[in-house]
Design a protein around this ligand. Structure first.
Ligand code: SF4
Length: 431
């Protein structure tokens, strides 16, 4: 195949990386490049947007770089750029061990890439991006970085201080997305609760949501990561009143034992967390509550772990992810604690949590049988259309396998009746 001015961007890690890549693609496109995501086609430039959050993510990023470097050099074509979180954390080490990479860029440096290619960075395109993947939902990154000081977390080190994106820029971006067919807007940030505090002097998430719900073609707004301390209670009232705000609360508690929360340097304690979660259930009883927890943090005793397990069994989160503690360079935990819990014990604890969660999830799903729900259709797979209700987020939660009478286009909303369930998925038919 003939060479051209093609750029292929490969994105690893979280949805924030996806947004960064899509915005970079828009700048490249405006500069005359043909851009593609995850393409197997020959490209002049391959850009890998890496993740460097925890051990497994770092490994995946390095393997991807090595694989592409090998292919590019074997064929004697193209240039390889690597950007993102891994570079921000380990630039020197990476440069020494992977000399075949042509250029390294950290996080939030699209201008550097554009300038490196001899193009002009266009500020007027800040609210625009190339939407890759499904066209009916999109992530809207409302801020960058994090000001909290959780002991185990490398994010503030990688992505810097909390920086809100001004509301008018977000509204412009939301309108851009809506005009391209996006119906579900997923607000993302390391910590949505703090949105606005740095630039407006107060929490502005409710105001932002109010403005976004006014966009007519946006039917669902979903919130990802509401930190427990400083949780904006007003959001719950808004959820009660406004059907556009998905009844979905993603609140990473990380643990419930005071001993571990203190060592994690979280800003919430056990009693406060229990109170808040109780209030969420009281105010929006049918909301799906999602959380993440970490097992095996330094200092977690058997009693602490039992307390966590009991709490999960008591509260019955609708969605839950459990991760084993990863001792990350330069974090407070890395510098001040030893990674004392054996990997085997960490894994065992994670398995115990997930086994319990499976039972909770299976029981919760069984209660939905016979109910009618509004779902958004994501795609078709064989005999089924695959969709989600407001209680499930794409890529991380369960799906609904729908038997329908005809073809349904991705992005369409339909009413379905739940006819069967497992711990992982629901079955339904169109009504
Ligand atoms: S809130 Fe804590 S865990 Fe979340 S990104 Fe900030 S420092 Fe990391």
């Amino acid at each position: 195949m003939k060479k051209s001015n093609r750029v292929n961007i490969i994105t690893l890690g979280c949805s924030k990386n996806t947004v960064d890549s899509q915005k970079l693609m828009r700048q490249l496109e405006a500069g005359g490049y043909q851009v593609a995501a995850e393409s197997a086609d020959m490209a002049d430039i391959v850009i890998i947007n890496t993740c460097g959050f925890i051990h497994d993510a770092k490994e995946e990023s390095i393997e991807t770089i090595i694989r592409h470097a090998g292919e590019i050099k074997k064929e004697g074509r193209g240039r390889l750029f690597v950007m993102g979180c891994l570079v921000e954390r380990y630039r020197r080490e990476l440069m020494e061990s992977l000399p075949e990479v042509d250029q390294w860029f950290g996080v939030n440096r699209p201008q550097e890439i554009i300038t490196h290619l001899g193009l002009a960075y266009r500020n007027e395109l800040t609210g625009e991006r190339v939407v890759t993947g499904p066209k009916h939902y999109a992530y809207l990154k409302v801020s960058e970085g994090c000001d909290r000081t959780c002991a185990f977390c490398a994010i503030p080190d990688i992505r810097g201080r909390y920086t809100s994106i001004p509301m008018e820029v977000l509204l412009e971006e939301a309108l851009f997305l809506a005009a391209r067919g996006v119906k579900e807007l997923i607000l993302i940030a390391q910590d949505l609760t703090l949105y606005g505090t740095d630039i407006y002097g107060r929490q502005m998430l409710p105001e932002l949501i109010r403005k976004l719900t006014a966009i007519e073609s946006i039917e669902w707004i979903r919130l990802h990561y509401l930190y427990p301390s400083g949780f904006p209670m007003e959001i719950l009232e808004m959820m009660q009143d406004n059907p556009k705000i998905c009844r979905y609360i993603d609140i990473p508690i990380q643990h419930i034992s005071d001993n571990v929360l203190r060592r994690m340097r979280r800003e919430h304690d056990s009693a406060g967390t229990r109170r808040l979660l109780g209030e969420i259930r009281r105010m929006v009883p049918d909301a799906a509550v999602r959380t993440t927890v970490i097992a095996g943090h330094p200092g977690e005793t058997e009693d602490d772990f039992r307390e966590l397990l009991e709490f999960i069994g008591e509260y019955r989160f609708d969605r839950l992810g459990a991760f084993s503690y990863s001792h990350e360079d330069n974090t407070y935990a890395f510098l001040n604690y030893s990674d004392e819990i054996p990997e085997r014990t960490k894994q065992k604890r994670v398995s115990q949590i997930m086994a319990l969660q499976q039972q909770i999830s299976a029981a919760g799903n069984a209660t939905l049988e016979g109910k009618v729900m509004k779902v958004i259709v994501d795609r078709r797979e064989g005999l089924f259309h695959i969709g989600r209700s407001q209680y499930d987020s794409p890529e991380v939660d369960q799906e609904i396998l729908i038997r329908s009478r005809g073809d349904i286009k991705p992005g369409a909303f339909v009413d379905v009746k739940i006819t069967g369930s497992t711990e992982f998925d629901l079955y339904a038919e169109e009504v």
